[in-house]
Structures are given as structure tokens and as C-alpha cells.
Design a protein around this ligand. Structure first.
Ligand code: ZN
Ligand code: ZN
Length: 362
């Protein structure tokens, strides 16, 4: 079933009106994909009061005709921004106040656009309007994210037999990405993280040539993109029989994640969920080893709104999809992170990732 592009555009127009804008432009690929279905790598979308126009180049003529709904398509030779600017200039008095995404446009692109539109248009930064819409998933999106999460979980389960002393971090990362691709993912959602032993203390370890030894921790953080939607999953396993200290840390992280999961619901803030996880780790005297935020929104991008972090005072809404990923990182020793993907509801959160969560000793 086709995503409801015209409804998404209509909701954006209502937001534009409320912000005192006549139109807005976006160059951000996930926003363009969300609003009109175009997945090509070079495009600009102009959203007008009664229509929308996608500008792209000749390479994408066939693809745009096939994918785009709710917007007209302009195939441009030369600069997309100049073509869009010219259209705005022709619209003249009708479109005076135009929003742009300050966080997505380079200074050079903005200058080019302003030059092409001339003096008439008043440019105003529009903050996260499309991102705000994207943060609340519809039924179809949640279905796709569930499938992506199941795929990521299966990839994790499939590589478990390969986690044996002697394998290198980058070999295991390649095995994970290969399996995700074989199951239909269009690619990894981010560079797969594989860390062994003391390298687990690096929350964003890049796979190295380090070989796995017996009696070591292994952190795997993987994400697949399936039909444009991302999953994000982390599991920590132990090769051998885990010592009491490691078991204690693992249970504490698991308890922190469970506290976050039980706090997560529509109406609470991202900061409250973060605090719930952090409190548990403080109670276990591990608070200072939890060095990042508890989670992030997930969807067409692997990091999007809303954030589960200190200072996030906006209330979460039903059908936000977020990760829950507390961790502890101890320099020179190792680290533990457990990450799952969850849909916010008015009650108990719906967990999308299906991989086993208890401590696995291989
Ligand atoms: Zn992750
Ligand atoms: Zn994550």
C-alpha cells in the first residue's frame, strides 16, 4: 500500500500556515522521501500552498515518474536550486515568506537560492517541521519497522555460532552486514559496531583487526535498512563463563533498560525516561559509567526525533519509535550495552526487536 503522501503534505501545509510561512523548501533526502516518495540522491522539494514540485535531474526521470506522488516533477538541467529559485521568483507576490531547513542547507546552497529568487522572497528558518511529522509513525511505517527489527534480530542470531576465539572484529561485522543484505536489507543503517574485550568500553568502536579471545565480552551494535526504515539493535555476549562482576553489570544494565521501558509511554518526557535508566545505574554505583543518553528516535534515519536524554522536556507521543540503550563503559575492562527498539503507546511500550535479551555465555 502506498504511504499517504497527500495527507503528509497537507499536514505540513497546516504547520507552515501556523508558522506564518507561504511555502518551504527541503533538500533533506529523508524529508523528501517522506513527503512525496522520491528516493533518489539528488533532489529539491518545494511545498507550495496548493501543490508541491520536486526538482531533480535527468538521471532520475524514470524513477521520479514512478515514485513521486502528491507533487509535480521538474527535470532540471543544471542547478536544482537555481530552477527552484526561478520558480519562486515567478510566483512573485504570492509566495513571499518561504521556510528553509537551516540545519540541512549549506551556506553556499542558501546563498545560491537567495540569489536565484531575488529580493522579493523573505527566507525564514523553519525548525524541524517535517521531522516533527516524521516522529509520529503511521500504521504502515510501524509495520515496516517491525519487519526491519525482526531482520536485524535474525542477523544477530545467525552470527552467534561464529563468535568463537580467533575471529576478528571486522570479519564478524562483515558477516552481520552480509546476512542483513541477504535477507533483503538495502544496507546497514550505520557502520556495524563489533568490539571485543577492553574495546567494548568504546561506545562507538569501529571494527578492527583485533581477534577474539576466550573469556571476553563482545558488543554487537547493528542496524539494517529495510524498505527505507531502520532498526538499531545492540547485544552484549560473553565468550566463556562470565565472572560475577560482569554478571552484576549486565543485570544492572538490563534492569536500567527495563526501568526505561516501563517509564516510556505517551505523555512522559524524554528526560523522564532517561532519568529512569540512569537512576537504576546510580543505585548500582555505575552511574558515572553510563556516558551517553538512553535513546533516540528511529525511522527513515537512524537518529531522529525524539531524543531520550537529559533536558528533553517535550512530551512523547503515541507512535513515536525510539531506542532504549543504556550501557556501562569501564576503561581498560570493557563495556555492556543492551539496545531495543520500542513503539510508544498510551500504555506499555511495544518492543519491536526480538533477539534474546538475557546474558548469553557462548
Ligand atoms: Zn545501536
Ligand atoms: Zn541507537
Amino acid at each position: 500500500m502506498r504511504p499517504p503522501f497527500p495527507q503528509r503534505l497537507a499536514r505540513l501545509r497546516a504547520l507552515l500556515q501556523a508558522s506564518g510561512l507561504d511555502a518551504c523548501v527541503t533538500l533533506h533526502r529523508p524529508n523528501i522521501l517522506y513527503l512525496c516518495g522520491f528516493s533518489g540522491s539528488s533532489a529539491a522539494l518545494l511545498i507550495e500552498p496548493r501543490g508541491a514540485r520536486l526538482f531533480t535531474d535527468n538521471r532520475y526521470a524514470i524513477q521520479a515518474a514512478d515514485e513521486v506522488h502528491g507533487a509535480s516533477v521538474g527535470i532540471v538541467q543544471g542547478s536544482l536550486l537555481v530552477a527552484m529559485g526561478n520558480r519562486l521568483q515567478q510566483a512573485g507576490i504570492r509566495l513571499r515568506r518561504v521556510g528553509y531547513e537551516a540545519s540541512q542547507l549549506s551556506v553556499q546552497q542558501f546563498k545560491q537560492l537567495r540569489k536565484a529568487t531575488g529580493e522579493r522572497v523573505r527566507w525564514q528558518p523553519a525548525h524541524s517541521l517535517v521531522e516533527g511529522l516524521r516522529a509520529v509513525k503511521d500504521h504502515g511505517e510501524i509495520g515496516l519497522m517491525k519487519a526491519a527489527a525482526a531482520l536485524g534480530s535474525r542477523a544477530f542470531e545467525q552470527v552467534l555460532p561464529l563468535i568463537k576465539p580467533g575471529i576478528r572484529e571486522f570479519e564478524l561485522a562483515a558477516e552481520i552486514e552480509y546476512r542483513m543484505r541477504r535477507m533483503g536489507a538495502i544496507g546497514p543503517a550505520f557502520e556495524t559496531i563489533v568490539a571485543f574485550g577492553e574495546r567494548c568500553a568504546l561506545p562507538h568502536a569501529r571494527p578492527s583487526g583485533r581477534r577474539l579471545r576466550k573469556n571476553e565480552l563482545v558488543v554487537l551494535d547493528l542496524g539494517a535498512i529495510l524498505q527505507h526504515y531502520c532498526c538499531d539493535l545492540t547485544r552484549t555476549v560473553y565468550v566463556g563463563r562470565a565472572p560475577a562482576r560482569i554478571r552484576g553489570w549486565y543485570q544492572a544494565v538490563l534492569e536500567a533498560q527495563s526501568a526505561a521501558r516501563h517509564t516510556l509511554r505517551a505523555g512522559v518526557t524524554g528526560s523522564q525516561v532517561d532519568e529512569a535508566a540512569r537512576n537504576v545505574l546510580r543505585k548500582h554505583r555505575l552511574g558515572r559509567f553510563f556516558t551517553h543518553s538512553t535513546g533516540h528516535g528511529l525511522g527513515l534515519e537512524v537518529h531522529e526525533d525524539p531524543r531520550l536524554a537529559a533536558g528533553q522536556t517535550q512530551k512523547l507521543q503515541t507512535s513515536n519509535v525510539v531506542t532504549l540503550e543504556p550501557g556501562v563503559y569501564v576503561e581498560g575492562v570493557g563495556g555492556i550495552r543492551i539496545e531495543d527498539d520500542a513503539v510508544v503507546t498510551p500504555g506499555e511500550a511495544q518492543i519491536l526487536t526480538t533477539a534474546q535479551r538475557g546474558l548469553l555465555e557462548l
